[in-house]
Design a protein around this ligand. Structure first.
Ligand code: CP
Ligand code: NVA
Length: 307
């Protein structure tokens, strides 16, 4: 298995299922009295170029639960690529810690960190994707429906980083992936082509639509995310008007399957991409989904550190 977790698309369906199975095992062990200290003496450096609640706290707790430790490096601290080249940061850190997690603006920066580091690198979100989120999402869907094969997963909104990782995990594991986005905010061609190549083997369908009502028909999963991602704040007013019809509200949810679940990677902008009624309603799995970041990431860390 590749030892840098930069994209879900770098892994085979077997690798992904192996990580999900381990996540299930570690989650059960944690709730049965605590994890064994299998990472004693191992330290993760967590480099953040952007804010975070879930990623920061869940990675830190994952390391502690497994007997290891984590070191938080804030956006102002190391000046990735500014104070010092990414290659040099990677080479220096490789001598201090056993694993690195990084949240970056430019995806190439996490690719470069991985390239020059001699210890595993985990992508904690870039402008291209959010693979740890994708793994927690797959774990959450699997818990609800058994497995992903043949399910209909619909994403409403921006063809963003979260949508890319969700599409890739779905297409690898055989779930049909549909997205409805406003014109100009669709998923880019390259990640869609990659998903289509995975679907040829898994039998999944990829559908790119523009009408949310059409997209949620028969959906087992309705997923949404912010209209304005970190780094795009200057566009937020324009986006608010263009995305106004891409809200996950009770009316939209009523068009999906009766047993549909509603997902959101969080943070949510209640009243924009999702209403309070849906976020706090009977279909919502928002908080178990957020909690699954902890369990999915434990499995990713253990697999990346496995010799
Ligand atoms: N979903 C997610 O990655 O949340 P944070 O930005 O709070 O880490
Ligand atoms: N698409 C969002 C996800 C936040 C976890 C962003 O990049 O800001």
């Amino acid at each position: 298995m590749k030892k840098d977790f930069v994209a879900i698309s770098d892994y085979s369906p077997t690798d992904i299922q192996e990580m999900l199975d381990l996540a299930v095992k570690l989650k059960a062990e944690y709730f049965a009295g605590g994890n064994k200290p299998i990472l004693a003496g191992q330290v993760m450096a967590m480099i953040f170029q952007k804010p975070s609640l879930r990623t920061r706290v869940s990675f830190d707790m994952a390391m502690r639960h497994l007997g290891g430790d984590a070191l938080y490096l804030s956006p102002s601290e190391i000046g990735l690529g500014q104070r010092e080249s990414i290659a040099d940061v990677s080479r220096v850190m490789s001598g201090y810690v056993q694993i690195i997690m990084a949240r970056v603006f430019d995806h190439q920066h996490v690719v470069d960190l991985a390239r020059y580091s001699s210890v595993p690198v985990i992508n904690g979100l870039s402008d291209y994707n959010h693979p740890c989120q994708g793994m927690a999402d797959a774990l959450t869907i699997q818990e609800k429906f058994g497995n992903l094969k043949g399910l209909n997963v619909t994403f409403i909104g921006d063809g963003n980083n979260v949508a890319v990782s969700l599409m890739h995990v779905c297409s690898l594991l055989g779930a049909n992936f549909t997205i409805a986005s406003p014109s100009g905010y669709e998923l880019k061609t390259a990640p869609v082509d990659l998903a289509k190549s995975f679907s040829e083997k898994s039998g999944a369908r990829i559908s790119l639509l523009s009408n949310p009502a059409d997209a949620v028909k028969d959906a087992h999963v309705i997923y949404t995310d912010t209209w304005t991602s970190m780094g795009q704040e200057a566009e937020s007013k324009t986006r608010e008007s263009l995305f106004a019809n891409f809200q996950v509200n009770e009316k939209l949810v009523s068009l999906a399957r009766k047993d549909a679940i509603v997902m959101h990677c969080l943070p949510a902008h209640r009243g924009q991409e999702i209403t309070d009624e849906v976020a706090d309603g009977p279909h919502s799995v928002l908080f178990p989904q957020a909690h699954n970041r902890l369990h999915a990431q434990k499995a990713i860390i253990v697999k990346m550190l496995e010799k």
